[in-house]
Design a protein around this ligand. Structure first.
Ligand code: G3H
Ligand code: 13P
Ligand code: ZN
Length: 345
């Protein structure tokens, strides 16, 4: 099966009332683990690469690995998606490489840090839609800014500042009408990485989970029942995975992720794509640390990359079941980009 346009995966998810995990990849082991999990749970799936991932893998390697994934599992609908594209040029590059879907993150400027104005966001997102749709390629845009506590994406907003950059439902309606994008990433208080909350109990000083504005998702869904929403920063950061890392020499402070129940609530209200990267990173790191700690005599990378791949697989299987995509791989006949071109005409 060729890689399918992401739009079809989202349209089908909307029909079935489920969400689809979009998992970030940087290497072969992650791609293999995702595909094995998709095969074993019979799930359609979205594999995504950030600009950092493309740079790390020199682009061509990830492209070929994703193509291999589609070839090895021809019965699994797979979309190949660019995560957080920062300009029309970057999106064009990904499309030329064979990506069937791109994100134009116009909520931020090209530096990936400075918030854009609403008008700048509309202009750059529309430019990508006008370029991508005639080629059958799906476009995701973002309105509002995620909190950025510890990684390279995001404006580095504090919890208080995040409140001023949440997605405004009325503006979302205008944004979707003006840009005609396929999927809308919303800012509701999530952030990338393992440290998603700067909130502390004022009395005990204990860390508190991030406060999410789920009502914004509910409201957007009410206004636009056919709009496919995307939740970024949706790793759950399970304590068991952090504990394994710390048990074997890591040093991660207490932290909170996004509870699965909140993601499921989003899915009930129009969230169709759920971005998860950090949970896979945690699983991989924990498994590798365990081998290094327990078998210090080992030096063959396969001795730790195999357990790492297995640990990531467990995370993907759990998320595919929780998001509801499990069991749906065979529900529809996959589209090509040619078919998708006709949709947009
Ligand atoms: O958007 C954030 C993803 O987790 C990708 O992160 O830029 O470190 O590859 P990255
Ligand atoms: P996490 O860091 O929560 O996994 O989020 C990943 C993401 O949103 C990628 O775009
Ligand atoms: Zn993201």
């Amino acid at each position: 099966m060729p890689l399918v346009p992401m739009r079809q995966i989202l349209d089908e998810a909307a029909k079935g009332g489920y969400g689809v995990g979009a998992f970030n990849v940087n290497n072969m082991e992650q791609i293999q683990a995702i595909m094995q999990a998709a095969n074993d749970t019979n799930s359609p799936v979205i594999i995504q690469a950030s600009r950092g991932a493309l740079k790390y893998s020199k682009m061509i390697y990830l492209k070929k690995l994703m193509e291999a994934a589609a070839e090895e599992f021809p019965h699994i609908p797979v979309a190949m998606h660019l995560d957080h594209g920062n300009s029309l040029e970057t999106c064009k590059e990904a499309i030329a490489l064979g990506f069937t879907s791109v994100m134009m993150d116009g909520s931020l400027g090209e530096d990936g840090k400075t918030p854009n104005s609403y008008e700048q966001n509309v202009a750059v997102t529309l430019a990508v839609v006008e370029y991508a749709h005639p080629l059958g390629v799906t476009v995701e845009g973002e309105l509002g800014c995620l909190g950025g506590i510890e990684d390279g994406h995001g404006a580095g907003l504090s919890d208080a500042q995040v409140q001023d950059h949440l997605t405004d439902p009325a503006q979302a309606e205008d944004f979707v009408a003006k840009t005609k994008l396929d999927a809308l990433a919303v800012a509701i208080g999530t952030s990338h990485g393992a440290y998603k909350s700067g909130r502390k109990d004022p009395v005990t000083g204990e860390m508190l989970p991030p406060a999410l504005a789920m009502e914004r998702i509910h409201e957007i869904h009410k206004r636009m029942p056919n709009c496919h929403m995307v939740m970024h920063g949706s790793s759950s950061v399970p304590k068991e995975l952090v504990d394994i890392i710390n048990q074997y020499g890591g040093n991660m402070p207490d932290t909170f992720g996004i509870p699965i129940e909140q993601i499921q609530d989003g899915i009930k209200h129009g969230v169709r794509k759920v971005n998860v990267d950090t949970d896979s990173r945690l699983a991989i790191t924990g498994a590798i640390r365990k081998v290094f700690a327990e078998k210090p005599e080992k030096f063959d990378p396969r001795d730790y990359l195999k357990p790492a791949r297995e640990a990531a697989y467990e995370v993907y299987v759990a998320r595919m079941k929780a998001f509801g995509q499990a069991g749906h791989a065979g529900d529809y006949k996959p589209m090509t980009l040619e078919d998708a071109k006709a949709l947009y005409r």
